[in-house]
Design a protein around this ligand. Structure first.
Ligand code: MN
Length: 412
């Protein structure tokens, strides 16, 4: 087995800082896309990468133990970022994506949280190995929007899971059997936002050496406007030693710890067969709190939470929160909350003020993401008015109130 590796990160053309970071060792690779105010994003991404040095070069008995090591490293990264954020006021609310891979023998093991991605280019075809933990990915899976609508969705940057936000974290892990000539690409959304998959595939098929290919991908993102920090790690896998490959448990077929696809993985049998993927969806801690969890909004919320917390420290948190209202969801129904739609580590900054009997399913699908994020209300009366006016899927609205027109642009 021989690997050719190249990696680079670039600030892009719009951002003043680079909050992305990567680790590229001999066998272990990771990309982190940090978020948070001031220096917090840089701290989050750099902190999250520290556990991966310890994984580099390690040999694993089988795929489950490699996945377990990746899971442990990501949970260690999460604990470290949570701890730092709790200990330093300017770092409150920071977080990061984390997509990490180990190439060991002829297998690729991946662990993943957030919207950075791992891809495999095989036989000229680009396959996305990871599933984005984003609001728009969820809306696509639910059939509410198309890929094309997602690409321009005003809330496309909202992620539903991040490292460093909560002590509980759900991590996806998976293993792929590699073939000679496979290329593994790990990248941040600064590449995949402005550059589509087909263009990325063309660049990887271009025949450049790994360094040239990485530079070419960064150039493509910048040529498309460079709206975000861009990070690219590229690994080419060459199966040089037949005896070595035959000695690997995977080649001998003994690594067939074939676990079933978890329910939340996209059902795409072709995709799964093509990758020869087995095992995914390890989980630690509680269930993903899901759509009602507004924490996932990027920088805006992270910095707002930080500011709010500083204010709260002096004023008495609960009193202040009790005077704020927003409309969100609770157990499948529209609900009115005291507080703000966010949490700080394990501390939720809101509680239910009033439950309603309006099922979320009855609310127009385009309006539901706004509920998921929490709709700010001036007071309890205003919150009740928002509930009464919430547009329904059939266009009808209770109390004879005219439905609110569909927004043309919302979100950050
Ligand atoms: Mn980014």
């Amino acid at each position: 087995m021989r690997l050719e590796t190249a990696a680079a990160t670039h600030r892009g053309r719009m951002r003043s800082r680079n909050e992305d970071a990567y680790f590229a060792g001999e066998s272990t690779f990771a990309v982190a896309d940090g978020m948070g105010g001031h220096l917090a994003g840089d701290v989050a991404s750099a902190t999250a990468l520290l556990p991966f040095e310890g994984l580099d070069g390690r040999v694993f008995a089988d795929a489950p133990s490699a996945q377990a090591a990746l899971l442990d490293a990501i949970l260690a990264a999460n604990a470290a970022v949570v701890r730092k954020a709790a200990g330093e006021p300017t770092l409150y609310g920071m977080g990061t994506t984390l997509t990490a891979a180990i190439v060991e023998g002829r297998r690729l093991h991946v662990g993943h949280v957030g919207d950075s991605r791992a891809y495999l280019l095989r036989d000229g075809e680009l396959l996305q190995v990871t599933r984005d933990h984003t609001l728009v990915a969820r809306l696509i899976e639910e059939g509410q929007i198309t890929e094309e609508e997602a690409a321009v969705h005003p809330q496309r940057s909202i992620i539903t899971r991040a490292v460093g936000v909560d002590v509980d974290l759900e991590v996806d892990t998976m293993t792929v059997e590699l073939q000679d000539g496979d290329q593994v690409l790990i990248c941040s959304d600064g590449l995949t936002g402005p550059v589509d998959d087909e263009t990325i595939a063309d660049a990887l098929r271009g025949g450049a050496d790994v360094r040239g290919a990485v530079g070419g991908l960064i150039d493509l993102a910048n040529a498309a406007g460079g709206p975000d920090n861009i990070t690219v790690v590229l690994v080419r896998y060459h199966e040089t030693d037949v005896a070595e490959a035959a000695a690997s448990p995977a080649a001998a077929g003994t690594a067939a710890v074939i676990r079933s696809r978890p329910a939340d993985t996209p059902a795409d049998p072709d995709w799964a067969r093509q990758l020869g993927r087995y095992g995914a969806g390890r989980r630690a801690g509680e269930e993903d709190r899901g759509e009602g969890d507004g924490v996932a909004r990027r920088v805006l919320i992270w910095s707002v939470v930080g500011l709010i917390l500083l204010a709260l420290a002096g004023l008495g948190a609960r009193w202040l929160l009790s005077r704020s209202f927003f409309v969100g969801t609770d157990e499948g129904r529209v609900a009115i909350y005291h507080g703000v739609p966010a949490s700080l580590g394990p501390v939720e900054l809101h509680w239910v003020a009033e439950r309603t009997d309006v099922p979320v399913e009855d609310v127009a699908s385009w309006y539901r993401p706004r509920l998921d994020d929490g709709i700010a209300a001036a007071d309890l009366v205003d919150a009740r008015r928002i509930v009464a006016n919430a547009p329904r899927d059939d266009g009808a609205s209770p109390d004879g109130v005219e439905p609110t027109p569909a927004p043309t642009a919302t979100g950050p």
